[in-house]
Ligand binder design. Structure first.
Ligand SMILES: [Zn+2]
Length: 315
């Protein structure tokens, strides 16, 4: 069995002292799975995916799930929120410029540029609580444009057509919805209804990396990072989603797309003893928890993006 899985997880305080009006009743009231349970859920999903990919002789495997969680205990707002980040920095992964293995879904083999492509599932684009597919898609497009406009990088981020296909390899291979195993872009926003994490997880990004004929992860550009094949992003339909409210679609899309573009989490979670509220320091899109709308990149987000993409495609 080939399984290269790790995860990082984090939790969400019911209320925050910074922006937004996130109240505990925005969050699911059902009992929330423990971090260990959510890890186990993710590992089981990836296990099934990789077993299928191995049986099909595919040259990629799921390697990582980065997810943002929301937990609500029985206590009031000042309850203790646990925050763990167990991401293994030795197993980072990024896209390889001009990687012919991505030619089926990327712009990687044409011309002088090497586009990173994305696509947005239109089958699962509407949220169950009433945000239209047009509105979520526009929010995702704005988030991708925000990353595209990061001024240290000439990386072209280009939208691919969705062909009306219900995207989502992880969902499809686990019988959770989705209509096809097709890969349509380097970064696929797979929508709101395929995987319902039952209140524990706001959003998740799965990373798939290439393997060689012996089943070993590859690093063909010898940069010390595994070679990304593609990434999939899912949004949990059980939340109260909103445009410019809570939970803000553009904010979560911007965060998950940051993972899509190989960024890891950044910042530490602090608790203010006087009021029991929580905040991240420094505040950034790539903080490991949702703290209200954050639709523009902070300095650390730009710095992370620049270090990854500043010299692209000359890596
Ligand atoms: Zn994250």
């Amino acid at each position: 069995m080939l399984l290269f899985a790790l995860s990082c997880q984090q939790d969400l305080a019911p209320e925050f002292e910074q922006s937004g009006n996130l109240k505990s009743n925005d969050l699911p009231s059902a009992a929330v799975a423990s971090v260990e349970d959510m890890d186990a859920q993710m590992l089981a999903l990836l296990d099934g995916v990789n077993a299928f990919l191995e049986s099909e002789g595919e040259d990629y495997r799921a390697v990582m799930a980065e997810y943002m969680t929301a937990a609500q205990g029985s206590e009031e707002a000042g309850r203790t929120v646990f925050f763990n980040n167990v991401g293994n920095k030795q197993l980072t992964a990024d896209f390889v410029p001009f990687d012919a293995r991505r030619s089926g879904w990327s712009g990687s083999v044409s011309g002088a540029d090497d586009d990173i492509t994305y696509a947005v599932d239109q089958v699962d684009a509407a949220t169950p609580n009433g945000v239209s597919g047009a509105a979520t898609t526009a929010a995702i497009d704005r988030a991708m444009t925000t990353w595209d406009n990061a001024n240290c990088s000439d990386l072209p981020i280009v939208k691919n057509p969705d062909f009306g296909i219900d995207m989502g390899l992880v969902a499809f291979l686990n019988g959770l919805g989705g209509a096809s195993p097709f890969i349509l872009a380097d970064i696929m926003h797979a929508g709101w209804t395929d995987i319902d994490f039952s209140g524990g997880i706001i959003g998740v990004t799965y990373t798939f990396i290439f393997i060689d004929g012996g089943g070993n992860p590859t690093d063909i550009d010898n940069n010390g990072k595994l070679d990304v094949a593609f990434r999939e992003i899912y949004y949990d339909p059980s939340f109260s989603w909103a445009i410019n409210g809570n939970i803000d679609v553009e904010t979560v899309a911007l965060h998950e797309a940051g993972h899509g573009l190989s960024q890891a989490h950044f910042g530490k979670l602090h608790r203010t003893d006087a009021n029991g509220l929580f905040h991240f320091s420094p505040r950034a899109v790539m903080n490991a928890g949702y703290t209200g709308p954050q639709q523009s990149l902070a300095g650390t987000d730009n710095a992370g993006h620049c270090s990854l993409w500043g010299s692209w495609p000359q890596n």
